[in-house]
Write a protein that binds this ligand. Sequence first.
Ligand code: BGC
Length: 248
Amino acid sequence: MKALGIDIGGSGIKGALVDTLSGELATERFRLETPTPSSPEAILPLLEEIVKKFQHSGVIGCGFPGVIAHKKIQTAANLDKHWIGTNLGQQLKEKTNCPTCVLNDADAAGLAEVRWGAGKDNQGTVLMITLGTGLGTALFKAGHLYPNVEMGRILLNNGKEAESWASSANRKEEDLSWETWASRLNEYLSLMEAYLQPDLIILGGGVAKKAEKFLPLLNLSTEVVPAKLLNHAGIIGAAAHAQAIYEQ
Ligand code: BGC
């Protein structure tokens, strides 16, 4: 069974066909730059381009970097604010004729990791954190998702939002050493440990590929592991989630 997974991010929009039974990519990933401004008018044609690129006519799952509730986008911290209040699933369905389902990007990545990746078979509390332009979080208990957990937006003791201090974008933009960035991340993860008491923390996003540079610098009592599906997790999770919704 193949569904199209799309992951809308602050810097890139990625898509691929996904085998939703095995949780593997069935094609190469196709990536387009996120335009500026990142408005619905600018991004919708790119989503159509991705659908056309794969000549896809089946189910589409799309991860969006914001809260999705009652089928509408409620927040867009790192994208144009005109997204707020829109029904992206409906718009994409009208443009492509494909059954479409939209969910939070970190929730999508976490769903893939607990099903096929680093959180597989974990019956405890698993916190997935995506380190990218923003800082996405997804919370699971025995593999079940509690949707739209926005722990990247909490304020740290210095008064800054966690995602404006400890995200992967901070490391690049402020040219931080691995040590400095890891100490920021450690401060943030210590709060997550104290508030959520996770049994496992999975760190995802592109930077997870370089886990050996910063994981040994963290000092936490919770087990922290890199995501196994790396930055494919968002695409895989979105596709699998949408497929499951339309199979019901
Ligand atoms: C958004 C989250 C999203 C995260 C990662 C944050 O700015 O509020 O919903 O998961 O970025 O993209």
